[in-house]
Ligand binder design. Sequence first.
Ligand code: NQM
Length: 381
Amino acid sequence: MTARHSQLRIQGMLMRGGSSRGPFFRAEDLPSDPAERNRVLINVLGSPHPLQVDGIGGGHPLTSKAGIVSVSDEEGIDLDFIFAQMTPDSDSVQTTANCGNMLAAVVPFAIESGLLTANDDWTTAVVKSLNTGLISRITVRTPEASPGGERYVAYAGDVRIAGVPGTGSGIEIRFVDTAGSVADSMMPSGNLIDEITLDSGQVVETTLIDNGQPLVLIRATDLGRTGYEAVADLSADEELKNQLEDIRLKAGRLMGLGDVTGRSYPKMTLVAAPAGGGTICTRSFIPHRVHESIGVLAALTVATAARLTGTVAATVSPADGADATAVDDGGTQILTIEHPSGGFDVALECDSAGQTTGAGITRTARLLMSGEFHLHSQTDL
Ligand code: NQM
């Protein structure tokens, strides 16, 4: 970091990763002390302020994120990634849970910033998300600018993802060992269904599951909703949001996550029968704002639950009890998770017993700006 006039400046890039957006930094350009690093991040984002007007955040959790990338010194891992979740209305910086959307921008950023060399028409890197230890194999298109010339990250392409206008070049992400990211295991309570009693006395069936993202799944109809509501209607539904927070705080303890009052997890997901030919319909709360679509690892976790007989998701999904006979020759089954702005395809890899062993998803990403972020002069760094 260097000082310029009264402001400090720091190298970085603004990237869209999937349906999220935020600044990316090389770890070496940020303070190594986590508390100082966090002060830099909230300063760059402009939190806390509902519009983040004094920073580059977008006034929403999906645009209040940051990525920190470094070359890994671990055998078999190319890049280490730290995902930071901020919020517009507080100065919290959380690095506990994963984000599969910001993950999509890691390899493009690493190439753009010189941490990784593109070596072929497609460049693959193994990325470890230090938040939870999640390992992913990420492949990005990197053609030559001219025959024999320098390779560059191709952002243009024909892949369309929900929640993002236009199309882009597909980024393939393959996950293994996703069970239990923040929670200790995939089914941290040990049950397929847990009954949770609300403060009102109502009892609601939930599935508490973490296959990359800790989620609480609830049938929308059990809370008197359809599960097909528009984002704006759910956002205005204070009664529902209060019920969900009541359930979330109790579910957090059942999942072994302790007091999750100020935490960004577990996320809440209303499920309903598919309405558009997919596997299951969802409405996600992350955890207090309604998601315009659905998170990557959230979609993977919902897909896993939909196949698992006995979960609340399976009770509303035709994927219930999907077994080895339902997968293709490669042991892969595509499950489409419906959400407010479309469908999210998750390719679940299953073994001969039908157990989920891995998953693949496609995202796009884009470099939006590169240069220096200028930090507010009053930051005490
Ligand atoms: O679940 C939103 C997002 C996410 C996280 C959130 C994500 C994931 O859509 O992997 O991508 O759940 O806060 O970016």
